[in-house]
Structure formats: structure tokens, C-alpha cells
Design a protein around this ligand. Structure first.
Ligand SMILES: [Zn+2]
Length: 283
């Protein structure tokens, strides 16, 4: 075969046909369009499961605009306590919320907690100062929430509805990065399990703007991206958007991620408070 000539047999292998029509070269499906590759083909399921996880978390994070969660620091502590219960025991974890929105307690820099496993939530500037304190405990920076995404309170916005001016409450967010710091060496602990990471995503996703998008958990030398973790709560939110014309088409092949107890509790509490699930409450 001369240079530049197309080898038809190789082309056929890449673009197989049945009765003259293209079929998916991976699974043989008769309709190999982008919808098929992105939502249905079992051979690309690992890729679209990651995409679903990212979209799930983004959707959940948008819900935080209308559902201010003041208990996020407490929930982060509870997640840690439950995930490492065998090592740390119960009632051994505490957190100092030194974010600007919390009023930055004056003793934040001296704060080591009364418990065996203390946490600090603060800006990078406060952390930088803390790291210079003589005799400070060994500390591990676990997470950084980007500026504009960590909830700090509510703000009301005026808007017109049926010709009347009404006030609507929205969540306000910290204008600086917020660091979650464990004032101990995280290497003393085992790395979080897959289930623990899913629970952490569910704790963060509903309270932080844009969910876990771009967030990575640091644990000793390990790094765990949190924005591609698929959770049952996220799957439910995605189904309720109606983006998928047929729910079965997107979920039957991969199977929905199971609901963790955090997801069940979150969904129930949102239903109780708003009479609806989080995403539909935005409408
Ligand atoms: Zn296919």
C-alpha cells in the first residue's frame, strides 16, 4: 500500500457497520451518538460516573444558596468522629470556628482545644500566623474551601414579585479562602475509606456553594479529589431535575449510588423544612 492511502480494513474496525449503519465500536449499540457515549455505553461508564458525580455535587451546592447551614463546622467534626471512631473514640473531637463570619474568636491562635483531636477553621492568613506560634501542635491542612463558597450567614435581597417588592433570604459566603486544619498529624490515622469520602462529599455538597467542585482532601501524602465522587444524594437530585428524559436511560446500566445515612438524614431534613427536596425548592 502506498503512503497516504487509506487502509479500509482498519477504518472498518474503528467504524463498524451493521446493515450499512454505524454501530458503537465498543458495545455494538445501534445508536452510537454522543448521548450513548456519555450516558449509556457500559464501556465508558467509569467516565460518565465521574461526570455524574461532578454534576451531582454542583447541583447540591447550588441548593446552599437558599438553605443556609450554620451547622457545617459541627457536621465536619461529626464526620471525622464517625469515620475514625475506632481510633479516636467518641467525644474526643472539637472545632474552633475562627472564620471572619463567625466573628474570629480572640483566642483562636492559642486554641488547641480541650479534646484529643482539635480542628481549626480559619483563613490562610490566620493559619499562617498560627503556624508561627512557638510550641504549636503538629497540624495538617486537610481542605481549602475557595473564596466565596464557605457559608457564613444570610443576606436579604429585594426583588419584585407580582408588582410588589419582597425580601428574599439567601446564603452569604466568606470572601476569603477557608482552611480546615486538624491540629494533629493526619498520618496518625488511616486514610479515609471510600464510604467515608462519600459521606464527606454529602456533608459538604449541600452547604458549600458549587459543592465539592475543585476540592481535594489532603491526608498525609495522599490526595483525594472530592469533585468526582458519586453519591446517592447527588443521584437523587439529578433525577429530580428531569434533565434525563428517561431516568432508566441514565441509571439502569451503572446503578444508582446507594444512599448513605448522611444522605438520608439530609434529604429528610430538607423535606421537613421546605416540604420539598433541595433542588426543587430552588424553583
Ligand atoms: Zn457503546
Amino acid at each position: 500500500m502506498s503512503k497516504g492511502e487509506v487502509d479500509a480494513s482498519k477504518l472498518t474496525a474503528h467504524l463498524p457497520r451493521e446493515r450499512g449503519k454505524c454501530i458503537c465500536p465498543l458495545c455494538g449499540d445501534p445508536k452510537p451518538d454522543t448521548w450513548h457515549y456519555h450516558t449509556q455505553c457500559s464501556f465508558t461508564s467509569h467516565l460518565w460516573a465521574e461526570t455524574l458525580g461532578a454534576v451531582d455535587s454542583l447541583l447540591a451546592g447550588i441548593c446552599s444558596l437558599k438553605e443556609y447551614d450554620a451547622s457545617l463546622p459541627k457536621k465536619l467534626v461529626e464526620w471525622f468522629e464517625e469515620s475514625f471512631e475506632d481510633v479516636v473514640g467518641m467525644d474526643s473531637v472539637d472545632i474552633c470556628n475562627a472564620t471572619p463570619g463567625s466573628g474570629s474568636p480572640a483566642d483562636a491562635l492559642n486554641w488547641t482545644g480541650l479534646h484529643a483531636w482539635p480542628f481549626l477553621l480559619c483563613t490562610p492568613k490566620t493559619l499562617h500566623t498560627f503556624l508561627k506560634v512557638p510550641g504549636r501542635p503538629t497540624s495538617s491542612l486537610l481542605l481549602i474551601f475557595p473564596a466565596g463558597r464557605f457559608p457564613k450567614g444570610t443576606t436579604s435581597v429585594k426583588k419584585l414579585k407580582n408588582g410588589k417588592s419582597i425580601k428574599q433570604e439567601f446564603t452569604s459566603y466568606e470572601s476569603e479562602d477557608i482552611c480546615l486544619v486538624l491540629l494533629r498529624n493526619a498520618r496518625q490515622l488511616p486514610v479515609p475509606t471510600k464510604e467515608a469520602l462519600e459521606e464527606l462529599v454529602e456533608v459538604i455538597a449541600l452547604s458549600v456553594l458549587l459543592g465539592t467542585w475543585g476540592l481535594t482532601l489532603a491526608w498525609g501524602k495522599e490526595r483525594f479529589p472530592l469533585d468526582n465522587v458519586r453519591t446517592g444524594l447527588g443521584d437523587q437530585l439529578l433525577l429530580e431535575t428531569g434533565f434525563f428524559s428517561s431516568p432508566c436511560s441514565a441509571y439502569s446500566l451503572a446503578g444508582m449510588a446507594p444512599l448513605t445515612h448522611v444522605a438520608r438524614a439530609s434529604a429528610q431534613s430538607h423535606r421537613r423544612e421546605s416540604g420539598s427536596v433541595p433542588f426543587t425548592a430552588l424553583a
